[in-house]
Design a protein around this ligand. Structure first.
Ligand SMILES: CC(C)(COP(=O)(O)OP(=O)(O)OC[C@H]1O[C@@H](n2cnc3c(N)ncnc32)[C@H](O)[C@@H]1OP(=O)(O)O)[C@@H](O)C(=O)NCCC(=O)NCCS
Length: 334
């Protein structure tokens, strides 16, 4: 007997309904961290654009940060937690292998029994997850997806490391994605290059620490100039591809929000993409530092909160980082 299966009923369009942010509560200045790396406030400002980074105290973890951001995103979207049926958390700093941070977060915010899972896509994680949420909503598999990029990178820093630790901050950014009457999320352009996996890395794996406890706690490292060149001169083309895929050009973009890795990388991308001067550019890195998966939504939330961007603006967003991975899309701001 031939059985005809039903498949999920697709919906035409999706959009971001609300965004929320939570930054680490402690403001850490360049002077606070310059000593052990023989650096200075002047060097860090000139080479990275970072003035302060925000870090969370010992009593707060990735899920605490994610919870605060999520509740704000729900309020901004005008939804109650029980209306969330899927939770995606992107993080590389949650300590447990399993269960997922997303399942615990869903329960904490009152979204139990939402489908929940974590993804690992480093600094591209938020844009990866927005791509997944868009697909889940439009396919009819999910109705309201909570996307969270959450990191407590201060758990993986070495105060004497000159390569990356001084860039890093803690925070969480959340977005609710749901059905829409008009197109709100352009096609996601994404990819990876694992042949460059060691350019941004953990000093050693947990298994090595188990075998040799003298190795100490693993922390993050990067080949700064290699990453800098890749991010400044290779990644811009993926943002261009996202515009092409969405059928828009630089003149249609109101807001550009790249991953907050280094102010000089941001400036270089703006130049390469030939964005008009009146395009508002996310520069949250100056105060917040590099928060990996949280950096794009944190930068967007700041622009909205400060009135530099507004609901309905067309935003080009791109994340890139360890993997190497990247993901970009054009979205309409909530
Ligand atoms: C890390 C980074 C800020 C270093 O800046 P840079 O301009 O590339 O610096 P370089 O490594 O070429 O070093 C230039 C000089 O500064 C010195 N230096 C390097 N790191 C330093 C630090 N933290 N403080 C002070 N001096 C430093 C070097 O010793 C070198 O000195 P020299 O000219 O006397 O030899 C930069 O490479 C960067 O931002 N990379 C990408 C970061 C990133 O995006 N990471 C996350 C990806 S998601």
């Amino acid at each position: 007997m031939t059985v005809q299966l039903k498949q999920a009923e697709p919906v035409a369009f999706s959009r971001i309904l609300g965004i929320g942010a939570e930054r680490g509560e402690n403001v850490v200045t360049n002077d606070d961290i310059a000593g052990p790396i023989d650096s200075s406030d002047e060097w860090i400002r000139q080479r990275t654009g970072i003035v302060t980074r925000r870090r969370a105290g010992a009593d707060r973890d990735v899920i605490d940060l994610a919870e605060a951001a999520s509740l704000k995103a729900l309020a901004a979207a005008g939804l109650t937690p029980d209306q969330i049926d899927t939770v995606i958390v992107s993080t590389v700093t949650y300590f447990a292998q399993t269960p997922s941070a997303a399942a615990i977060l869903a329960d904490r915010i009152g979204a139990n029994p939402a489908a929940s899972f974590d993804i690992s896509a480093a600094c591209a994680g938020y844009c990866y997850a927005i791509g997944q949420a868009d697909a889940l909503v439009r396919s009819g598999t999910a109705r309201h997806v909570l996307v969270v990029g959450a990191e407590k990178l201060s758990d993986f820093i070495d105060p004497t490391d000159r390569s990356i630790s001084f860039l890093l901050g803690d925070g969480a950014g959340a977005a609710v994605v749901g059905p829409s009457d008009t197109p709100g999320i352009g096609p996601t352009v994404w990819g990876s290059d694992g042949s460059k996996a060691t350019t941004i890395r953990q000093t050693h794996a947990w298994s090595q620490l188990r075998e040799d406890p003298s190795l100490g706690w693993p922390t993050l490292r990067q080949d700064g100039p290699t990453v800098f060149k890749w991010a400044s001169f290779q990644v811009g083309k993926f943002a261009q591809e996202a515009m092409d895929a969405a059928g828009v050009g630089p003149q249609d973009i109101d807001v550009f929000v790249p991953h907050q890795a280094n102010m000089r990388i941001i400036d270089q991308m703006v130049k390469q993409l030939k964005l008009p001067e009146d395009v508002v550019v996310g520069r949250d890195i100056a105060d917040t530092g590099n928060t990996s998966a949280a950096s794009v939504p944190l930068a967007i939330e700041r622009l909205l909160a400060e009135g530099q961007a507004k609901s309905g603006d067309v935003a080009l967003q791109i994340g890139f980082g360890a993997g190497l991975v990247y993901a970009a899309q054009v979205v309409v701001l909530p």
